[in-house]
Every structure is written in structure tokens, then in C-alpha cells.
Design a protein around this ligand. Structure first.
Ligand code: FAD
Length: 316
């Protein structure tokens, strides 16, 4: 089922969350154990992130360092199929430009289509950590909008080999939005121009980067609407669970954490207290967003169920 169909058919705010594939070598049972406690709240879909390869340095016998390209969290496509099979819930794989040629993307989308997956979240992907800036593959896409165009083409039966008599796919397409601006964009207006482009090319819905101040989301939604972006905008939320995240999250995701939350976390005496403050903050955010009438509340679970479960218990 398409995410947009769930939204159309529901009068209430829906529940969904995102998980990461396990680190290479870990079992899928661990992941199932993390998902299981959240199934009670009837998520309509579960997103599965995609992780590109990274460079790691291994010491050779002669003492020299050797650089290897390794994907630390493979398995996105397999996990989506396993989740759908095990939990009977829709899985939404993330697909990224980074590390893929157009041909590889086409083949991956064919796999997803054969597996009965109806939704994809289309992203550019992050830069390889040691590279700093995003470098597309020689025959790959530089922007999410280009990858989106490829999916839209396939939805029309138009594959890379235009002479091919191909059957059309039918993916519902999500894209990312940034209430606090994507860090590379010179300003929010320019960022929104490209978000509008994604809608114009055929995106069906938006999922936002995490934010800790609902006002940022409300302002973002009204600016989007002013620009003619009419598709659903699903807020993404992450509960703070450790004190270290006060500095890590802004560094990785280029977002602000409100002073009130920072002070509350800093005044905690134990890690358990920090977690409770983070969960309570996310509950308040969730309740206010439901009142605002958001279509879905989407949680970044980091494949840990405990915090999201406590939030869902209070909210759904
Ligand atoms: P784009 O839409 O391509 O935008 C990137 C930048 O280029 C922006 O500054 C934009 O303003 C600008 N831009 C966009 N289009 C154009 C254009 N046509 N011409 C010029 N400039 C343009 N990363 C992963 O690696 N794996 C994941 O699974 C993953 N999941 C995510 C899920 C969500 C909900 C979000 C919000 C992010 C996720 N990310 C993931 C991170 C994401 O890949 C990064 O934030 C990335 O830097 C940008 O991705 P994008 O799709 O927003 O890029």
C-alpha cells in the first residue's frame, strides 16, 4: 500500500518509524526484537535507511595502511522483504544517489518492484565521511531530483534503454525536507525551490529532518504552502537519549536544540534522567503536532524500541 493512500484514508495521525540495517555480521533477529515492541501501535510503514560504502584503513603485514571501501550496514532490500514477510507491514526502503550508477539504480528498483514494495524514499545520500563533500558516481545522479526523475520514468515504463518494451513500476515517492535548511543550501528559499522541483517532478510526500522546536516545522510548512508545495509533509522526530547527543546531533544533522531542552538535559544527574527528559520532550512535541493535524508522526528509532515505545504509549 502506498504511504499517500494510508494518509488519504485516515482521519487520524498515523504512526511510523525508521530503522537502520544491522551492522554487517549482526543477525536480523536483533532487529526483529527491536521492531516487535512497536508493532502494538500499528505502524503503517517502516522506513529502512540505506548506507553507502565508507573507507576504512587496514594495516597490511608489511606495516603499510591499505584503504578499503566497505559497506558497514548492507542489506536494506533484504530487510525490507523480511520485515514485510515477518510483520505484514509496509517497508519503505531509502534509495540514494551516492555509490550507484543509473544502471545499478534501475536494477535495484526492479528488485524492489518484484518484491512488492510500493514506496521508496528518494535521497541524494550523505558524502563519504572522509570526502567531506558529496561526489556522485561517474554514471550516477548528483541530486535527489535526478534520481526521482529516474523513478518517475520507470513508473511510466521508461527505462534507461528507451527502446525496451518495459512494464511500468508504480512507486509512491517520498523525498526529504529540512525545516532548518539543508546545510549546503545558501538559504532556505533556495532549498525550498529545489524541494518544489521535487514535487513538480512527481514526489508524492515529504519527510522532514528531525527538529526539536515545533515552531520550525510550522514555519516550514507555511513557507512550503506559500511556494505551492501542496504534498503531505510528515514530521520526523527523534527523542534525545544521551547527553552527548546535545553536541552530536547538531554536528551531524545541522539542527538546533532549544535552550530549554539543553538546560533540562544538563541538569540531569543520571543517564536514565536524561532519557526521560528526552522522551518527555518528544511526547510534548508529538501531542502538539497531532493537534496541528500532521498526517503521520515518523520517529527516528535508531533501531532501538525503548524510547519510541514510551512515546507511542503516551501519544497513540
Ligand atoms: P537533495 O535534494 O539532492 O539536496 C541536496 C542539496 O542540493 C540541498 O542543499 C539542495 O538545496 C540542493 N539541490 C537539490 N537539488 C538541486 C539541483 N537540482 N541543483 C542544485 N542544487 C540542488 N542519507 C543516507 O545516506 N541514507 C539514508 O537512508 C538517509 N535517509 C534520510 C531520511 C530523511 C528523512 C532525511 C531528512 C535525510 C536522510 N538522509 C539519508 C540524509 C540525506 O541523504 C542528506 O541530508 C543529503 O545531504 C541530502 O539529501 P537530499 O535527498 O535532501 O538531497
Amino acid at each position: 500500500t502506498k504511504v499517500t493512500q494510508y494518509i488519504r484514508e485516515s482521519k487520524e495521525t498515523l504512526f511510523s518509524f525508521e530503522i537502520l540495517p544491522p551492522l554487517k555480521g549482526e543477525s536480523i533477529q536483533q532487529l526483529f526484537k527491536a521492531i516487535e515492541p512497536l508493532m502494538e501501535f500499528k505502524p503503517k510503514f517502516i522506513d529502512v535507511t540505506y548506507h553507502r560504502e565508507e573507507y576504512v584503513y587496514k594495516k597490511r603485514e608489511n606495516g603499510l595502511l591499505e584503504r578499503q571501501r566497505i559497506r558497514k550496514r548492507p542489506g536494506t532490500v533484504g530487510i525490507c522483504a523480511a520485515i514485510m514477510n515477518h510483520f505484514k507491514v509496509d517497508a519503505v526502503p531509502h534509495i540514494i544517489c551516492g555509490g550507484f550508477s543509473k544502471e545499478e539504480t534501475e536494477n535495484a528498483l526492479i528488485d524492489l518492484h518484484f518484491l512488492g514494495i510500493d514506496n521508496v524514499l528518494v535521497l541524494r545520500g550523505d558524502a563519504i565521511k572522509s570526502e567531506g563533500t558529496f561526489i556522485p558516481e561517474p554514471d550516477g545522479h548528483a541530486y535527489a531530483s535526478e534520481l526521482l526523475q529516474q523513478v518517475v520514468n520507470m513508473n511510466k515504463g521508461k527505462y534507461l534503454d528507451e527502446g525496451l518494451q518495459a512494464s511500468a513500476t508504480d512507486f509512491c515517492i517520498g523525498v526529504a525536507g529540512y525545516p532548518e535548511k539543508h546545510f549546503e543550501a545558501p538559504n532556505l528559499q533556495t532549498d525550498l525551490k529545489y524541494l518544489k522541483l521535487k514535487q513538480d517532478l512527481g514526489a508524492d510526500y515529504i519527510v522532514t529532518q528531525m527538529f526539536f522546536d515545533n515552531q520550525k516545522y510550522f514555519d516550514f510548512v507555511s513557507k512550503c504552502r506559500e511556494m505551492g508545495i501542496t504534498i503531505p509533509i510528515i514530521p520526523g522526530l527523534k527523542p534525545i537519549t544521551t547527553q552527548k547527543q546535545l553536541t552530536i546531533l547538531p554536528a551531524i544533522f545541522h539542527i538546533d536544540i532549544p535552550d530549554e531542552l539543553v538546560k533540562a538535559v544538563e541538569s540531569c544527574k543520571t543517564p536514565e534522567q536524561v532519557k526521560q527528559v528526552g522522551i518527555e520532550w518528544a511526547i510534548q512535541q508529538s501531542k502538539e503536532l497531532i493537534q496541528f493535524g500532521v498526517p503521520v508522526l515518523h520517529y527516528y528509532s535508531m533501531s532501538k524500541s525503548d524510547a519510541v515505545r514510551q512515546i507511542a504509549e503516551a501519544v497513540f
